[in-house]
Design a protein around this ligand. Structure first.
Ligand code: SF4
Length: 406
């Protein structure tokens, strides 16, 4: 699989933002593909500006590239101008790291962050030259995997995705890589064999192995077709965030993107359990990152990226038990962190303390986002910022891993 760059480069002169497609960001990799490895293309099915800051994709990118048996690259949904150029020139969807043909990867992994990206997934598959419907794929076609918050309701995409990962992805991507690697070494003995093996991984739902029963438009039952296929797919959750201090090399974009700052996840889950909140339900239980690790990630991340703003992210950052200490440390430590601005992008009003407020007002720019209706995962938020340019918005967390996102 060689680079498509000589065919892509001439097209970029005719599109609005060529920098979306060139890669080479600080923190990015130019992975070498070695025989025997499982190659992953992690696709964020939205524009570069939305997809690049996604922490879930960046976490899995690092974890997979740290493995000897896997290699991972990134791709984002091309904007309509490049899509037209690609179709006109007969050039397929490509990775931004080494500009390889998406259809040549072993695994295409999509992050389903919102239902609105579903059609972009289909567009990406079509651009990649991969059959859009799972049933039409051949053994040589990539395995199409999806994770993220919308994977918790997989049926709308069940005809197009070979396997969904339900829950957090840090551990399960390695298990999927091992299964795909073994299947490749066995000579790719049919997709059914691969799907049956994938279905044995905890947290993996393979829709082709289930009969789904509807009563009109209402789903009333999901029944496994084989005795070795689990009746109930159990959500994957990493038990200790301290084991996963990712991303270690946060990507620094080439152009302005959303959430253009250092992001450090301080905990997953939410203590509140509001009944209307998907994120609060599916990211349980609450798991905090050790305070010292938060400080280290902030210090190292700022030094490596050059950012002057750090966001302490979670579903409800003021509920972090060490928030006072971490904020005070950030505000008062002069070496490396003392002159940065701090964003707390997801705050319950009733959890925001006077101590945090008095510390945070000392620094030059600060972004706070409150959720006055009682929870940061809800619909009505109000933002305030000491800097008119720096307002914070809620974030969605990792695809598969992922934690927060309210
Ligand atoms: S709405 Fe906010 S406070 Fe309530 S469960 Fe969701 S994230 Fe937590």
């Amino acid at each position: 699989m060689s680079t498509l760059w000589p065919r892509i480069e001439p097209l970029l002169a005719r599109v609005e933002k060529p920098a979306r497609y060139v890669g080479s960001e600080r923190g990015s990799l130019r992975p070498v593909h070695r025989p025997g490895q499982v190659s992953w293309l992690l696709v964020y099915p939205d524009t570069y500006e939305v997809g690049l800051p996604n922490q879930g994709l960046q976490i899995l990118y690092e974890i997979l590239n740290e493995r000897d048996d896997a290699v991972a690259e990134r791709s984002y949904a091309p904007w309509v101008d490049l899509t037209a150029e690609l179709r006109s020139a007969g050039v397929p969807l490509f990775s931004v790291d080494t500009h390889r043909d998406a259809g040549g990867f072993d695994v295409l992994a999509f992050n389903l962050s919102a239902e609105l990206v579903f059609t972009n997934v289909l567009e990406c598959l079509d651009l990649a030259g991969v059959p859009v419907r799972s049933e039409h794929r051949r053994p040589e076609d990539p395995l199409v995997v999806a994770g993220g918050h919308c994977a918790f309701n997989p049926e709308p995409m069940a005809d197009f995705v070979d396997a969904f990962v339900i829950g957090e992805g840090e551990e399960v991507v390695g298990e999927v890589a091992e299964v795909v690697g073994a299947w490749k070494r066995a000579g790719r003995p049919g997709r059914e064999a691969l799907l049956r093996e994938l279905a044995t991984i905890r947290g993996v739902y393979v829709p082709a192995l289930y009969d789904v029963e509807y009563d009109g438009a209402r789903l009333v039952g999901v029944h496994p077709r084989h005795p070795d296929v689990p009746e109930r797919v159990e959500r994957r959750t990493v038990s200790d965030l301290a084991d996963w201090p990712y991303p270690k090399r946060q990507l620094v974009p080439l152009i302005e993107v959303v959430h253009d700052r250092l992001n450090v996840e301080i905990f997953r889950g939410c203590t509140r359990g509001c009944r209307f909140c998907q994120a609060g339900m599916i990211t349980r239980p609450v798991r905090e990152r050790p305070e010292e690790q938060v400080r280290t990630m902030v210090r190292d991340g700022l030094a490596r990226t050059g950012y002057e703003e750090v966001a302490l992210t979670s579903l409800s950052s003021a509920d972090f038990s060490g928030i006072d200490g971490v904020v005070a440390h950030l505000v008062n430590e002069q070496e490396g962190c003392g002159n940065v601005s701090v964003s707390l992008p997801s705050l319950r009003v009733d959890a925001f303390s006077v101590g945090v407020a008095s510390e945070i007002q000392k620094i030059r720019r600060t972004g706070l986002t409150f959720a006055p209706e009682g929870g940061p995962g809800g619909s009505a938020r109000s933002s305030t910022s000491a800097s008119p340019k720096r307002t914070s918005t809620p974030r969605w967390t990792p695809p598969t891993r992922r934690g927060g996102g309210g």
